[in-house]
Design a protein around this ligand. Structure first.
Ligand SMILES: [Zn+2]
Length: 84
């Protein structure tokens, strides 16, 4: 049996269900993460925060920190405050 099609604007997508809870994954999520298998609630992805580290004056660096990384988040917050 063919999967139902969700039409949103002029974007046509195949409706997909979360493999954990079976709830339909919102089309917006599939549009951003086409290979996702889960709804937002069951995603095992963790949020990340990105910041520019200018401590090396000649080579600023984009640093990505997981929000689970307490020490990294403390450092990101300090860098952010220093730039204000
Ligand atoms: Zn789910």
């Amino acid at each position: 049996m063919p999967l139902p099609i969700v039409v949103q604007g002029d974007i046509m997508q195949t409706a997909r269900m979360c493999r954990v809870c079976g709830v339909q994954i919102p089309p917006e999520r599939i549009e951003i993460i086409p290979n996702t298998q889960t709804c937002t609630k069951h995603s095992n992805a963790t949020a990340v925060v990105g910041f520019m580290d200018y401590s090396h004056k000649t080579a600023p660096q984009l640093v990505m920190v997981s929000t689970n990384d307490t020490e990294g988040m403390r450092r990101a917050t300090n860098v952010f405050k220093r730039k204000r």
